[in-house]
Design a protein around this ligand. Structure first.
Ligand code: DSN
Length: 422
């Protein structure tokens, strides 16, 4: 692969250009199974690298604190309209820099420091920003946390209700980062209504599945939908907050001027393109294929004797508990990396091990689906994972190298969107 794809960068800063080129090769030749990652299209990449970068635009379309917004206003208004159309919401704010600032804006809109807020515990599959202690959201607010049942690995909605009615939180978050099962937004809505809480669905992981009709939508059930734009939605790294009209002012005020300054207009452009792509029939096919691939991969892993949290998956994500294989998650993740399969180590519910050295790994199918791999390839992927975990237990480096070659060989027939063809 040649760095000539970035000629100006190569001429100005060859060292940096070489890192970008190396990353292109890495992303082309490895099987990327991190469920929060994807491959954006060439069009999204182009939009994200435009001269829109050069413009300051504090405010919102038609209400800016800087002049020269003729084109920027159109870009942002287009992104907003596309978000509203795709998700069927009254209002969309496309300015949050990423998921954590988006969630922080929700706190700013609806709570005061010291208020009680409720979310899923991080080790159970929640997110740091859902009131977990080490996050500002768990130290500036009083975070109370729900989890999953030890028997089933599923959310126990009766327990969530009991906690909500005891604690009466200002805000309840549903959604998370390691949830392999469908979220029952209607059940959360009835709990939030009883508790008098603002309900926020953080759909960062599943936004693309929702857009493509492969997961139920929270719209109509929740007060606010928070999402990043770069996971299953396949846009640039950014975020959006969506809500009913009654909350529009509070959300906009919280994002700007409450929390952020000028929006990243080049990212807004990339989001607009990604939303356009997500409105096409091919995206519906992609979203359903992501889920079909994850289900097929889960079946194949179960057949190899792996323990999966909740016994499988309904979405794009699989949480593997490696305790019975006798290999810690971190050791497995590093061995898989050497085998050309990129995952992240992850806590599993009720994990006796520490977060930096947990019992599990988290995998998902968005990236491989974007490359065009299908259910017929999932037994091979499960076999690679099984062999790599066994090789990790025996420190068998030649076995890992052999898998790496097999991975690169298969992937060479499935060029990744947005990457140069080798
Ligand atoms: N959203 C997280 C992930 O799932 O990777 C990171 O915060």
């Amino acid at each position: 692969m040649s760095a000539s794809r970035h000629p100006a960068l190569l001429a100005t800063d060859p060292e940096l250009a070489s890192y970008v080129t190396a990353e292109e090769s890495l992303q082309a030749q490895t099987l990327r199974l991190i469920p929060s990652e994807n491959y954006v299209s060439a069009a999204v990449l182009e939009a994200s690298g435009t001269v829109l970068q050069n413009k300051y635009s504090e405010g919102y379309p038609g209400r800016r604190y800087y002049e020269g917004q003729q084109n920027i206003d159109r870009v942002e208004a287009l992104a907003v309209e596309r978000a509203k159309g795709l998700f069927g919401v009254d209002h969309a704010n496309v300015q949050p820099y990423s998921g954590s600032p988006a969630n922080l804006a929700v706190y700013l809109a609806f709570a005061k420091p010291g208020d009680t807020v409720m979310g899923m515990a991080l080790p159970m599959g929640g997110h740091l920003t859902h009131g977990w202690g080490v996050s500002a959201t768990g130290s500036w607010f009083r975070g109370v946390q729900y989890g999953v049942s030890a028997e089933t690995g599923l959310i126990d909605y009766d327990a969530v209700r009991e906690l909500a009615l005891t604690e009466r939180p200002k805000i309840i978050f549903c959604g998370g980062t390691a949830l392999p099962r469908t979220i029952d937004f209607a059940a959360f809505a009835s709990i939030a209504q009883e508790a008098g809480s603002i309900l926020v669905a953080d759909v960062a992981h599943i936004a693309g599945l929702i857009a493509g009709g492969a997961h139920p939508s929270p719209v109509g059930h929740v007060d606010v939908v928070s999402t990043t734009t770069h996971k299953t939605l396949r846009g640039p790294r950014g975020a959006m907050l969506m809500c009913r009209e009654e909350h529009a002012k509070a959300i906009d005020k919280a994002v700007f001027p409450g929390l952020q300054g000028g929006p990243h207009n080049q990212t807004t452009a990339g989001i607009a393109v990604a939303l356009h792509e997500a409105a096409q029939p091919s995206f519906v096919t992609y979203a359903h294929a992501v889920v079909a691939n994850a289900k097929a991969l889960a079946q194949a892993l179960l057949a190899k004797g792996f323990d999966l949290v909740s016994g499988g998956t309904d979405n794009h994500l699989i949480l593997m508990d490696l305790t019975s294989r006798g290999v810690p998650g971190k050791v497995a993740a590093k061995a898989l990396d050497r085998a050309g399969i990129v995952v992240n180590y992850n806590t599993v519910p009720f994990d006796p091990r520490k977060p930096f050295d947990p019992s599990g790994i988290r995998i998902g199918t968005p990236s491989l689906t974007s490359r065009g791999l299908g259910v017929e390839h999932m037994p091979t992927v499960a076999d690679w994972i099984s062999r790599a975990v066994d090789a990790a237990a025996k420190s068998d480096e030649p076995a890992l190298s052999a898998i790496r070659a097999e991975v690169a060989d298969l992937l060479s027939a499935f060029p990744a969107p947005g990457l140069p063809v080798a």
